[in-house]
Design a protein around this ligand. Structure first.
Ligand SMILES: C[S@@+](CC[C@H](N)C(=O)[O-])C[C@H]1O[C@@H](n2cnc3c(N)ncnc32)[C@H](O)[C@@H]1O
Length: 490
């Protein structure tokens, strides 16, 4: 028979628990630092990896017999042009990294490999080693940032979230714009991100030793590929060239929001959450239409870039990038492949956002499972997001829970499950439902379908490529039944 525990035993156990929690927190933080360094290194490795590609093209060209070379006299100069494009892209990337305020101390010495607890850490590091926000409790508690002006200012209590709000930036910028120079010369250290104590929550911003070539890690090419994907995402969200894709994907959502919230008023704007917000354009557009909009995103690759464009852009068309240089396939001409794209197509700070706009870093499940989120949102908008789930049922359950009664869920996207066919990762959970089953699950969680249709669209596709992958994406509006209509007709 177990003897009742004595008081002293309980105290000792509590201390051991506390010690264990501290160790865990430290370990999680160390993991996050390690992965964030890896992501920064991926960005920093971009020029070298791209240059290696050009060297490969040159080596292949050299192997040609003279008669074939003679047919392609412009080929060497194309390689030189490519190098100039790579420089321009690298310039943008470096600018972006310089503006980045890491939420963790990246100068810390991190060695986590031998820790026996490593296996037990629930991790947001995806299969390719990408770190996502919010993998650690400790990060959330001492790195959480929010705007004091936001209605949502204390909603992340106890959850794994980093809120990087742009509203203060915009407010400041708008004020400063009358005196233009001040805004333009704004230093990164006086940026708008504050932690709960009102201090700047970021670290090592002044020294930036993590940008030194000496602290750069050599990363696998698959990491650098992600940087290239981000560049394509920039076109989707922040270039005139992406307008067609935005018209296909974002416009129907915006029109639906407009129609559903006809009577929204400035004094009390409806709230809208955009999980998996990518580079933030949709969340910004929603904000500009009179909603308190929050984008949620868990990839540091995305958040570093969206934060830069949203917070640090001084004028539309400030940067020129060359997004299509990394593929020689399906080009109609070299000029097409090497064409410049100027970004952003709009100046975000002048776009007319509604107060309360924010981007929240963290895993959707971890952040919005928090009790404070229950019934917090008038609308949830998911665009190319729900298939990122390990467990799509959990996503739907959370969306339902965080919506107010009568709130709406607008979805647009395919069901290209991200964790399907992840070879060699047999233990990764991946629930891959058909559209029919997704809708059945939604009905179970109290939704009824208001509207549904199919929308043909591309995703980060080069509009001038000879290959265009098209989705027949599902679009729907569902409304969460209110308790009174739960068992009756809506
Ligand atoms: C296919 S992209 C779509 C991005 C954007 N909605 C668009 O339409 O361009 C999916 C996004 O969801 C993010 N994401 C995936 N899983 C997530 C999670 N559990 N929590 C938050 N964001 C997530 C990814 O990092 C990525 O930016």
């Amino acid at each position: 028979m177990a003897l009742p525990m004595k008081m002293n035993d309980r105290v000792i156990l509590r201390e051991e628990d506390e010690e264990e929690r501290r160790r865990r927190r430290k370990l999680e933080e160390a993991l996050e630092v390690k992965s964030l360094r890896r992501i920064i290194s991926a960005y920093l490795n971009y020029p070298e990896a791209a240059e290696e590609d050009v060297r490969r093209y040159e080596r292949s060209f050299k192997m040609l017999p003279p008669a074939h070379k003679a047919l392609l006299p412009h080929y060497p100069s194309k390689c030189q042009r490519l190098r100039r494009c790579i420089s321009a892209n690298s310039y943008f990337i470096f600018d972006m990294l310089q503006a980045f305020e890491p939420p963790l101390d990246l100068s810390e010495d991190v060695d986590v490999c031998d820790d026996p607890h490593l296996e037990n850490i629930p991790s947001n590091h995806d299969v390719s080693g990408e770190t996502n926000f919010g993998s650690s409790q400790s990060t959330s508690s001492n790195q959480r940032m929010h705007t004091s002006k936001s209605d949502q200012s204390d909603w992340v209590e106890g959850s794994n979230a980093i809120c990087n709000s742009t509203i203060e930036a915009t407010t400041n910028k708008e004020e400063k714009h009358e005196g233009h120079g001040e805004s333009v010369n704004r230093s990164h250290s006086d940026k708008e991100m504050h932690n709960c104590d009102g201090n700047n929550g970021n670290v090592s911003s002044s020294t930036r030793t993590w940008l030194d070539p000496s602290s750069q890690l050599h990363v696998p090419l698959v990491d650098v590929d992600k940087v290239r994907c981000i560049i394509r995402n920039i076109v989707r969200d922040w270039a005139a060239e992406g307008q067609k894709e935005r018209d296909q994907c974002y416009r129907p959502i915006l029109e639906e929001l407009d129609a559903l919230f006809v009577d929204r008023c400035k004094e009390s704007p409806p709230t809208c959450l955009v999980p998996g917000a990518g580079l933030g354009r949709l969340a910004l557009e929603i904000s500009c239409r009179g909603f308190i909009s929050q984008g949620n995103e868990f990839s540091y690759y995305m958040m570093i870039c969206s934060s830069f464009i949203l917070n640090d852009c001084r004028t539309a068309g400030e940067w020129t990038i060359y997004p299509w240089i990394h593929s020689n396939c399906n080009s109609l001409s070299d000029d097409d492949q090497l064409r410049p794209v100027s970004i952003p197509d709009i100046h975000p700070a002048s776009a007319g956002i509604t107060e309360g706009f924010s981007m929240c870093g963290g895993d959707f499940v971890e952040v919005y499972n928090d009790p404070s989120q229950v019934g917090a949102w008038d609308a949830v908008v998911t665009c190319f997001f729900i298939d990122t789930a390990h467990n799509i049922v959990e996503y739907i359950e959370i969306i339902s829970r965080i919506l107010k009664e009568g709130g709406v869920w607008i979805n647009m996207g395919p069901l290209l499950y991200h964790f399907a066919d992840v070879y060699g990762q047999g233990d990764e959970m991946s629930i891959e439902l058909s559209l029919e089953d997704v809708k059945r699950v939604a009905l179970h969680y109290g939704f009824h379908i208001v509207r549904e249709k199919t929308i043909e669209t591309t995703y980060t596709t080069n509009p001038r490529s000879m290959m265009q992958n098209r989705y027949h994406a599902a679009f729907w509006t569902m409304r969460k039944r209110s308790a009174t209509t739960e068992h009756g007709t809506p």
